[in-house]
Every structure is written in C-alpha cells, then in structure tokens.
Write a protein that binds this ligand. Sequence first.
Ligand SMILES: Nc1ncnc2c1ncn2[C@@H]1O[C@H](COP(=O)(O)OP(=O)(O)OP(=O)(O)O)[C@@H](O)[C@H]1O
Ligand SMILES: [Mg+2]
Length: 221
Amino acid sequence: MGRLLELEKVNLHYKSHNTSVQVIKDADLNIESGEKVAIVGKSGSGKTSLIMLIAGLERPTSGKITFDGKVISALSENELADIRRESIGIVFQSFYLIPNYTALENVSLILEINNVQNARKKAADLLSQFGLADRLNHFPTQLSGGEQQRVAIARSMAVMPKLILADEPTGNLDTENSKLISRLLFDYAKQNNSSFILVTHDQGFAAECDRIIKIEDGKIL
Ligand SMILES: Nc1ncnc2c1ncn2[C@@H]1O[C@H](COP(=O)(O)OP(=O)(O)OP(=O)(O)O)[C@@H](O)[C@H]1O
Ligand SMILES: [Mg+2]
C-alpha cells in the first residue's frame, strides 16, 4: 500500500475583481495507493475545485500537496504536465474528446505520447473491453453520450495511471449507462490497483468506495 496523495492545510481562494472567495478551507486529506474514495457534497461546496487542486490544474493559495512522494504544489507547469500525463487519469462530466480524432485515435494518442509500443492495438483492445469494438473509427459526434464517456474513460485509463480522478462521470447519462460506466471504472481501477477519487451524487456508487468524504462549504468533514 503506502500513501499516494497527501493534502496538508490546503486553501484555495478565487479572486475576481475586488472580491476574493475562499473555496477550499484548510483541507487535510490522505489517500493510500489503491484506495477508492467518493467525494460528496452540495452544489458549490468545492468538489470540482478539490479535484482541480489534486490534478495540479489549480494551485493552492496556501498549503502543501504531495503526490507519489513529490510536492506537486511546488512544481512548474511543465513538471505538472509530465506527472498528469504519466500518472493521473482525469474524467470530467463533459468528455473533452478531440473532435476530429476517431474513438481509436483519441485513446491511442495518449499512449503514443507516453511512448507505449503498439499504441493502436492497445487502444483498440481497451475500447473493445468497453464494448466499443465496432465504434473504433467513429468520430465523437457520431457516438452517443454514453459511448463518448466510455471513450473518455478508456483514454483516462490507457496508461494505467496511479490515480484516477472522476468528476461526476455519469452526471450526463441515463441510469443504465451510469451503471455500466460505474462498473467499468471500478473494475478497471481495481484491476490496475489505481487509486480512485470520484465525485458523485449517486449513493450506490459512493457506497461501493472504501471511504466517503463529505465536503461542506469548502471544508472536508
Ligand atoms: N473560477 C472561479 N472564480 C470564482 N469562483 C469560482 C470559480 N470556480 C468556482 N468558483 C466558486 O467556488 C465554489 C465551489 O465551486 P465548485 O465548482 O468546486 O463546486 P462543486 O462542489 O463542484 O459544485 P457542483 O456540484 O455544482 O459541480 C462555488 O461557490 C463557485 O461559485
Ligand atoms: Mg462540480
């Protein structure tokens, strides 16, 4: 096991015009490798902001974030990008697929960037596992929402990241697709012993995690 992620007294303020809003307040959090954690809380409580901090897409106003032994809150943008590419898979509610790339190309690109051999074959195998064997050459606009999200998840997991961050990955999907995608996420994270931080409003989904973290008005309870 061992610790994968640690937040110590992390604060995040957003400044706009002459006001400053404190969005994350003195957050302390530890995540072990392989641990599956759900984050729940009301709209506006700070869940996405917390994910952005952990992904290194926002910098804390104060406090310290350590990922895999590195203090990421002190790294340069380039160093952060390297860590994200190699070790962190991110899934958002909107899928952010590359529109002029096929399903296959969206997944193989990340493998190619990471210098993985046989990238196209690996991408095709992974998409097949996700039930998309006959959709490899479809562009995102030719796929349903559930199918697009499966491509996005395949892409986030392709490099077997140590950490998967998922921000309401099933928020835009119907119940049946939500169940399917939840299953894929869990099974794949388990198979690779990836840690998994999931923002969700789905109680059933949250209950399957090792731990549920509640956030209220920027504070981790
Ligand atoms: N770029 C920004 N500038 C200023 N305030 C922001 C910014 N982004 C978010 N906020 C504010 O920070 C607070 C937390 O937002 P966040 O997106 O983290 O909430 P959330 O818990 O993910 O909500 P939801 O469930 O609706 O997605 C909100 O009050 C929001 O208005
Ligand atoms: Mg959010």
